[in-house]
Design a protein around this ligand. Structure first.
Ligand code: ASP
Length: 422
């Protein structure tokens, strides 16, 4: 079926990003013998673009959540949206790890057994569980933004957002201020995003130039297993959730998500994709109350693609070392990968660091990470795409499940506003 479009329409951002992606792959393949040139002179422009995104993302999360809370006013609304979101995130992530393990087991026979032992990899230090909880809470007003610690930014936004609602006569002024700042940062973000086709090209081209040949080697199989699992999860779990619980046609959903999907694939950062994802959800007709809360939270804690990757890589690493995982170990992987993916930051490469946790939980050699580290970026592009699609699927589900409640709360808020104006 062909869609008729006005002849002179400007190419959409998604179209531009897609073209940049294709050009990056072609140029990257042609530049394989000049990978160092690509790394030294093309990648820095990609880094500038990513830096601009990192610069804007802290204020975007802070003000979009605050604006979300002040617009909701009602703590019941935040509680209902937050509760449904967390249940959805946990269930889909557990599914994702199971799918990852399933594909890992299916491909196990074709994974190579190691003959070398000189693998080295610096594992991240294990943080005690209670410290993880303590670290969620900010101890300084600026550090969370400065350090881009998104969980702390979210906590800060929740505290300030609720406080803004409790200011009595000052609430309208403060609310207007928060909303204005939200609009300001969103506009700045929109400007930065106009550069995304260039950013995408400069980020992807050096990766293809450097890793092209490695992928053709034995790692191709584990990459294939991961990508098949990513696709299975997206097609089966998200289509079912969006269609069944979200009452949205999955084809329409994926089409609407195209700009965010392409951007996530090229940037490998959920947090960086957040603003585009918000735009896509808005265009898909999701409630602003829902997406302004669900997406920043998801970009921080919901990482289904990362969980799939951790499941598959555990099996890959185990079989490289000639270790057969028991069902109990597999169950432990599902649980730890679910938790580890929550702790993974939405930035490139974070999932590989957290893989150390998963391997340690079942006593697999952490040095095995070195086996997959060389092509992590390629795993990462796929897992980030799954991660952000999962966040958006949650928006559609929560918007639909809470539709009636949200409408009735909004109606009672408007009635309250009207009576207080009189
Ligand atoms: N890059 C991923 C993301 O931003 C996280 C990961 O490394 O798994 O969602």
């Amino acid at each position: 079926m062909t869609e008729t479009k006005p002849a002179k329409r400007k190419l959409s951002l998604a179209g531009q990003i897609f073209i940049a992606l294709i050009i990056a792959i072609i140029v990257g393949l042609l530049m394989q013998s000049h990978a160092e040139f690509a790394e030294s002179y093309i990648k820095p422009f990609g880094t500038i673009f990513l830096n601009l995104i990192k610069f804007i993302v802290g204020p975007i999360v802070l003000f979009s959540i605050m604006a979300g809370i002040v617009s909701m006013k009602d703590i019941r609304k935040v509680g209902a949206i937050g509760g449904t979101t967390i249940v959805y995130y946990l269930c889909t992530t557990a599914f994702a790890t199971a799918i990852g393990l399933f594909f890992g087991v299916m491909f196990r026979g074709s994974f190579p057994a190691l003959t070398t032992t000189d693998l080295t990899y610096e594992a991240a230090e294990k943080t005690p569980f209670m410290d993880t909880i303590v670290n969620i809470f900010p101890q300084n007003f600026l550090a969370p933004i400065y350090e881009a610690n998104m969980l702390q930014v979210i906590v800060m936004a929740l505290i300030l957002g609720f406080a803004a609602n409790l200011l009595g006569e000052h609430t309208p002024k403060v609310t207007a201020g928060i909303e204005t700042l939200n609009v300001l940062f969103m506009k700045a973000m929109e400007m930065i995003l106009k550069l995304s086709p260039i950013g995408v090209f400069c980020l992807l081209c050096p990766v293809i130039a450097a890793s092209g040949p490695a992928v053709i080697g034995s790692l191709a199989k584990v990459l294939l297993a991961a990508y098949l699992a990513y696709i299975a999860h997206v097609v089966v779990v998200y289509s079912a959730a969006v269609g069944g619980l979200g009452r949205t046609n999955p084809v329409k959903f994926f089409k609407g998500m195209a700009p965010a999907i392409l951007f996530a694939f090229s940037s490998a950062s959920s947090v960086g994709t957040l603003p585009i994802n918000m735009g896509c959800c808005e265009k898909l007709g999701a409630s602003k109350d829902v997406y302004s809360f669900v997406l920043p939270l998801g970009a921080t804690i919901n990482m289904d693609g990362t969980a799939i990757y951790q499941g598959i890589c555990s099996i890959f690493i185990a079989s490289c070392y000639g270790i057969q995982l028991t069902p109990t170990q597999m169950l432990t992987i599902v649980l730890t990968a679910t938790l580890a993916s929550i702790g993974t930051a939405g930035v490139p490469g974070a999932g590989m660091i957290m893989l150390a946790l998963v391997l340690q939980s079942v006593g697999l050699p952490v040095e095995g990470i070195a086996l997959v580290a060389g092509v992590d970026r390629i795993f990462d592009m796929g897992r980030t795409t799954v991660n952000i699609t999962g966040d958006a699927s949650c928006v559609m589900v929560v918007s639909n499940l809470l539709k009636k409640k949200l409408e009735s709360w909004s109606a009672s808020e408007s009635a309250e506003d009207a009576s207080s104006e009189e």
